[in-house]
Design a binder for this molecule. Sequence first.
Ligand code: 5GP
Length: 123
Amino acid sequence: MDDLFLKIIDRQIPADIIFEDDQVIAFNDISPQAPTHFLVVPKKRIPTLNDITDEDRLVVGHMVQTAASLAQQMGFAADGYRTVFNCNEHGGQTVYHIHLHVLGGKPMGWPPYQETLKQPVAQ
Ligand code: 5GP
């Protein structure tokens, strides 16, 4: 199975790991989109958010709690931060093992997408 994040969990590929317990691992994103950008990843392989089952509720909750706890420890929780789960093609998912992006250290823009409206041609 070609799962990049399982390879990081198994130490087959190096990563800048900032937290690990029996359920999740967190490491810095290789291509940071903010001054701080890390990923919280479950050790269980769940390909997309669409594949989450009732038995995954605890680990997904633990991912979110881990993100908030690390933001607190890293000192940017009070200023605020962005958390993102990308899902499938339209969501921009590129690694099919769910992961929670945590971005902090600067104000984030919103919304992430704006319709390009075709302006009517003036007569
Ligand atoms: P997605 O696009 O699936 O939501 O996010 C995948 C993320 O994984 C991207 O932000 C990408 O930069 C990151 N990534 C891809 N390959 C690696 C890698 O080998 N190491 C680390 N640390 N991050 C990676």
